[in-house]
Design a protein around this ligand. Structure first.
Ligand code: IPT
Length: 892
């Protein structure tokens, strides 16, 4: 038995795809509450003519799984059903939607279209029980002509949506499986002689200056158009200066308007250019996502995304892995973001069966492929921000994708075509890779990538610019190593930048639920939690790091000169205010404005620096550079051996060697196994000796893992110095250790009733967390926050909150203060829970505070890397010391 949703076919009854236009013709939103009935199988027993009285109600747009019908499920690559295309399981959850509509009386004559912007995954529409058509392509707009079906009175609109369909085989993106009418629905009046479609190509001639424009409109009546400025006067559009112009196109029946931007994208001499200048993506991959509403994202959420991206210097978005809500593209045009718009095609799960039966190369799927591409390109062809079309993601290669590339190049020669899976660049205009290592990226930058077998193809590919459509996997704590990527990009004009994977953690609900939390049997756990912002869009330290790495102005000190590098392609630094300040210890002693003559786009300039240590120079809130002053060493009185039971107001519960961390998700994919094999997580202590001499009370302890003869020899030396205490710790690695250590130092557990409320004040790098390969965003200064605030609430608890280059700190509780001063800068983490608690927790709310404050003082820590999908920690960011000495003064 074959169901309609198992027949591989483009929509039926659909009007031709066309551009999204603002119009003075009637538009009636059908968003709001609809009647709803859910069935676990496709046979719902509900008739399309049934108006659904007495049924439940559900919001449109929305996903039914988020309103208690069925449940969300997360898989990355694997299809959650057998690969048996185009067939899908009998258990095919189905939603019946009903709503009464009435054609507005003022909609005289003409036609009426019913528009759906997103329905997951296959649906049929009826008006008063008569079918208007069927459609799939979950993230693609479709319009049905319902003119003849509407009576002018109350008409029953019925939509039956099936969760699974043949289309699901093309929608295997790494995200939640969520169904239903999840984008807006509207009824549109199409007056006779109205304007059905407009296509604008607005270029910019950067040599002569001025715009070029071609406007094509589809109507049965004569068309006029008018631009808000003469072409000779228009300013070019770019992400740096997103200048838009209003274009009105009219007939005597309808006026539509478009906000257009003049820009020319080209590939010349192996480089990607915009208006003749280098186009370098400092971008992110963005899914439509909201923790409460899934892919039914509100306008506010989209506005927040764009505002956050702009604040963090991001200039580009790849709409992974489907066309976004159309409003998002309007925001990109308006606020300035370059968009690589991607088609709703991903057949990734076929990779697990060696791509057998991959729809991308099966002629039976050709029409459906082309229909998807066409619906994307036609809808968004006028968007200034869209600078490149992408055929889809992770769908292998085959003739249907090649045909889509051909069609697109013909339909829209103004934009290059991208698809990472076309590894030989047979049909695309840019070479694309995901998660390349640094060496591979540099080799491509130099044009030295391994040759293709076919010399002609090889020559062509070698002449193309290259982008990383995904890099810098932002899962959990990370990514580390972004500055190194940026340095490689900077060094090679062929490299047109890339897109971090990904923008937002897809954690659902308050708790940040991920794969498996809904009882799914097939799932990929927390692999869906890999964004630069947490699910509630709170920026993670990774976003701050990325912003600092890609900042459009870069400052460097070279002797007594400041080097100001302007990385904008079109904007000078004339509006940037440069400032300087001098601080001694933690006090600003002098500050002023630094006179930096305007630096033109893509150039740099040197200016003299004010002399002296403790210097900070800033370029607005875009960039900073520092020459920190060395911290003054603490004056210590004469020492007498002592064993403190208390430090300041805090009784000491324990003091131990600390060579472990709650593995990050990047550690899990790389170093964790080696660390565990070495037993770093379960060191056993044996006191070798305790004795006092004239100065110190000494305790020597051996720490070793069960079953191994390696370990650490540690000597703790305590002394009283007047009112203060001194602690010195010598750590020696014993035996064969060829591995980097998570950290090396000591952990102090201090008793206090409310450890999270303890106030932490420190002098060092901050205010955010930092690691050896993620410290571009932090600067030297004095910072204060509660211990609770010093934790980064990653959705999956893991190592976090390290503060580097700390020279001293104060912990304040209602009972008093404890000051800790290091002889040398150290790494600090202060937590209201132990490493073991952090390691065991699956969700943030598994972490509960007890009555211990954990103070981790380390000589060094290992960096983060991005091994969860990409390169491991670089050797330069590994902590490998064989010996360490730590020395602190504690005072109350
Ligand atoms: C890559 C996917 O394109 C992306 O959707 C996401 O799943 C990412 O991986 C990992 O989070 S594909 C992978 C084979 C590199």
């Amino acid at each position: 038995m074959t169901a309609a949703y198992e027949i591989i076919a483009p929509p039926t009854g659909a009007a031709p795809a066309r551009a999204r236009l603002a119009t003075d013709a009637g538009v009636l939103s059908l968003d709001g509450l609809w009647r709803f009935a859910w069935s676990p199988t496709a046979e719902t027993g509900r008739a399309p003519a049934d108006p659904g009285e007495g049924w439940d109600e559900i919001p449109v747009p929305g996903h039914w799984q988020l309103y208690g019908y069925g449940s969300p499920a997360y898989t990355n690559v694997r299809f959650p059903f057998p690969i048996d295309p185009p067939r899908v399981p009998e258990a095919n959850p189905t939603g019946e939607y009903r709503r009464v509509v009435r054609r507005p009386e003022e909609w005289d004559g003409g036609r009426v279209l019913l528009r759906f912007d997103g329905v997951d995954s296959w649906f049929e529409v009826w008006v008063n029980g008569v079918s208007a058509g069927t459609s799939s392509g979950s993230r693609l707009t479709v319009e049905f002509d319902v003119t003849g079906l509407l009576t002018g009175g109350d008409d029953v609109l019925a939509v039956r949506v099936h969760q699974w369909s043949f289309g699901s085989y093309l929608e295997d993106q790494d995200q939640w499986w969520l169904s239903g009418i999840f984008r807006s629905v509207a009824l549109l009046h199409r007056p006779d002689g109205g304007i059905d479609d407009v296509r604008v190509v607005a270029g910019y001639d950067h040599i002569k200056g001025g715009g070029t424009l071609s406007v094509e409109a589809t109507s049965t009546r004569p068309v006029r158009w008018e631009l808000s400025s003469p072409l000779t006067e228009v300013q070019p559009w770019s992400a740096e200066n997103p200048q838009l112009y209003r274009l009105e196109v009219s007939t005597d029946a309808e006026t539509v308007s478009l906000d257009i931007g003049f820009r020319t994208v080209s590939v010349e001499g192996g480089r990607l250019l915009l208006n003749g200048a280098p186009l370098v993506f400092r971008g992110v991959n963005r899914h439509d996502f909201d923790p409460q509403c899934g892919r039914a994202v509100s306008r506010e959420a989209m506005e927040r995304d764009v505002a956050l991206m702009k604040q963090h210097h991001i200039n580009a978005v790849r709409t992974s892995h489907y066309p976004p809500d159309p409003y998002f593209l309007q925001l990109c045009d308006r606020h300035g973001l370059y968009v690589v718009e991607e088609c709703d095609i991903e057949t990734h799960g076929f990779s697990l069966v060696d791509w057998r039966g991959n729809p991308s190369d099966d002629p039976a799927w050709a029409d459906v492929y082309l229909d998807r591409m066409r619906r994307m390109v036609e809808r968004d062809k006028n968007a200034a921000g869209v600078v490149m079309w992408s055929l889809g993601n992770e769908s292998g290669w085959g003739r249907n994708l090649a045909a889509n590339a051909r069609w697109t190049a013909e339909r829209d020669p103004s934009r290059p075509v991208h698809y990472e899976g076309d590894a030989d660049c047979e049909s695309v205009d840019v070479y694309s890779r995901m998660y390349p290592g640094y060496d591979e990226l540099a080799a491509i930058g130099r044009g030295e990538e391994p040759a293709l077998a076919d010399p002609a193809r090889d020559r062509r590919r070698r002449g193309l610019p290259m982008i990383m459509c995904e890099y810098g996997h932002a899962m959990g704590n990370g990514p580390g190593g972004l500055a190194e990527y940026e340095a490689v990009i900077d060094a090679h004009p062929r490299l047109a930048g890339g897109f971090i994977w990904e923008w937002i953690d897809h954690g659902l609900g308050e708790k940040g639920l991920y794969g498996g939390d809904f009882g799914e049997t097939v799932h990929d756990g927390s692999f869906v939690i890999d964004g630069l912002v947490l699910p509630d869009r709170a920026p993670s330290p990774g976003l701050a790091e990325f912003a600092a790495v890609i900042a459009p102005v870069r400052l460097r000190m070279d002797g007594d000169e400041l080097v100001v590098e302007n990385r904008w392609s079109f904007t000078s630094t004339e509006k940037v205010v440069f400032g300087w300040s001098l601080s001694a210890d933690d006090m600003v002693i002098d500050e002023g404005v630094l006179d930096v003559p305007a630096v033109g786009p893509l150039s740099s300039r040197r200016v003299p620096l004010p002399p002296g240590p403790g210097l900070t120079v800033t370029a607005g809130d875009i960039a900073f550079v520092q020459r920190p002053a060395p911290a003054a060493p603490a004056a210590i009185g004469s020492l007498k051996p002592a064993r403190p039971a208390k430090l300041g107001p805090f009784p000491i519960a324990s003091l131990t060697l600390d060579a472990w961390r709650a593995p990050t998700e990047n550690d899990r994919a790389s170093l964790e196994e080696r660390w565990r094999t070495a037993g770093l997580h379960q060191l056993v202590a044996r006191t070798v000796e305790e004795r006092s001499d004239e100065t110190w009370w000494r305790r020597r302890v051996h720490y070793g893992p069960p079953g191994l003869d390696s370990g650490f020899d540690v000597e703790y030396r305590w002394a009283a110095a007047g009112e203060a205490y001194r602690l010195e710790v010598d750590i020696d690695r014993r035996g064969e250790w060829r591995l980097p250590l998570p950290r090396l130092g000591v952990a102090l557990a201090l008793r206090t009733p409310a450890p999270g409320s303890v106030w932490l004040d420190w002098l060092g790098l901050g205010p955010g967390e930092s690691y050896p390969d993620s410290r571009a965003a932090v600067r030297h200064g004095r910072y204060g926050m509660t211990v609770r605030e010093a934790q980064t609430p990653y959705v999956v608890p893991q190592e976090n909150g390290n503060r580097s280059a700390v020279s001293r700190l104060t912990l304040s509780s209602p009972d008093g203060d404890l000051h800790i001063e290091g002889d040398k800068p150290f790494d600090l983490a202060v937590r209201p829970w132990s490493t073991t608690q952090l390691e065991k927790a699956r969700h943030a709310d598994d972490l509960t505070e007890g009555n211990l404050l954990w103070v981790h003082l380390a000589a060094g820590v290992t960096g983060l890397g991005s091994a969860s999908c990409g390169p491991a920690v670089r050797p330069s960011a590994e902590y490998r010391a064989a010996q360490a000495r730590l020395a602190f003064t504690f005072s109350g």
